[in-house]
Design a protein around this ligand. Sequence first.
Ligand SMILES: [Zn+2]
Ligand SMILES: [Zn+2]
Length: 126
Amino acid sequence: MPISISTGRKMQMFLLDLLYPNRCPCCNCSISWREYLCEACRQEVTAEPADAFCPLCGKLLRDCFCGTGLSYDRAAILTEYTGAARAGVLSMKSAASLHFGRFCGNVLGQRIAEDVVLSGYDLVVP
Ligand SMILES: [Zn+2]
Ligand SMILES: [Zn+2]
């Protein structure tokens, strides 16, 4: 599933790359100015398909805890907090890069738009 990046964001990324060459927020390798993540990290973060996660609690199906009672209706999950995903989240916490958040927001937004149940909700919160 290709990531869509607006023209304005592309111009910003191109100009920023001239001063600060673009790096993957997960593994810190050099990447093209037009990418949010390197190919290896992108594949690792999106390795689990959407149906690998419980649509209610958001955990992997083997770890589902819906029986304990949830304080929310549904969850849309991209990945577990391990490996490249953990490194990407930490890069946002340290303000090193927002690329991981932009990548995840883009992919999750596409998944939510394609989900007939989630796309019917009035409010989706991160
Ligand atoms: Zn990487
Ligand atoms: Zn569950």
